[in-house]
Design a protein around this ligand. Structure first.
Ligand SMILES: C[C@@H](N)C(=O)N[C@H](C)C(=O)O
Ligand SMILES: [Zn+2]
Length: 244
């Protein structure tokens, strides 16, 4: 009887130990699986980031006069391309595509300016970049006043790919800073030197202008949003807005 009990105990112990062993093997396999899944998903994330960086054009390698689609070079900017909508002073959509085309030298300077804004918690939002001359003619028909629209006969710096209409956006709230008027408000309140505005608005305008000037741009007195890159005046271009 004693012998039988001993043998039964041995069998139970062996069965129990084997069960434990099998269980721990299964858990180990599951852990391995989890780690593999984690590795695969982090590899995926890494390659998405890499693809993003690799897909961007290296601006440093381009000639200053080359035309660049800003979205292909950097993802650090924001866009509200008004002429590709009907929310503008013309009351109609005059661009088929909301691309921001500019000369490479202007893009380089904008990237530097934006880095300074980002350090302060803001980033550039574009209203307009390169503008076809045909649109300049349409604008002049509606607003034939050189304080607000450049005469299409001589052409705007926008038509040459070296001017931008911009504001600043708070990175945390994604809201545009208060500049006192909307973009393309053609009146004295939009003049850079108009001083009947809250101190904060005047500070916002100053911040925008000081960083842009420090990076090679020149503003105009009558529009707080307009900046031209200072340098050789390049010819008027026929760059197509809808190119990739
Ligand atoms: C129309 C306005 N956004 C603008 O850019 N005006 C300047 C003076 C221009 O046409 O060059
Ligand atoms: Zn402008």
């Amino acid at each position: 009887m004693k012998l039988y009990e001993n043998q039964m105990n041995k069998i139970i112990t062996i069965l129990f130990t084997s069960a434990l062993f099998l269980l721990s093997c299964q858990q180990e396999k599951k852990k391995e699986g989890d780690t593999n899944n984690q590795n695969i998903s982090s590899q995926k994330e890494e390659s998405t980031v890499k693809d993003k960086v690799q897909n961007l054009i290296a601006i440093e390698e381009l000639a200053d006069s080359a035309f660049v689609n800003l979205r292909k070079v950097s993802d650090s900017f924001q866009y509200d391309m008004r002429y590709a909508t009907d929310n503008n002073f013309l009351g109609q959509k005059v661009y088929d595509c909301a691309n921001c085309w500019l000369r490479a030298r202007t893009v380089k300077a904008l990237i530097q300016a934006n880095k300074e804004f980002v350090k302060k918690g803001y980033k550039i939002q574009f209203y307009d970049c390169f503008r076809p001359r045909a649109v300049q003619y349409k604008m002049w028909e509606v607003m034939p006043d050189a304080r607000y629209v450049a005469n299409p006969k001589s052409g705007s710096i926008h038509n040459r790919g070296d001017a931008v209409d911009i504001t600043l956006v708070n990175i945390k709230t994604n809201k545009a800073l208060d500049m006192g008027t909307d973009f393309d408000y053609f009146g004295k309140e939009a003049h850079y030197d108009y001083d009947q505005l809250p101190a904060q608005v005047q500070e916002n305008r100053k911040l925008l202008r000081s960083v842009m000037e420090a990076n090679g741009f020149q503003g105009i007195r009558t529009e707080w949003w307009h900046f031209s890159f200072i340098g050789e005046v390049y010819p008027i271009s026929n760059q197509a807005l809808c190119n990739e």
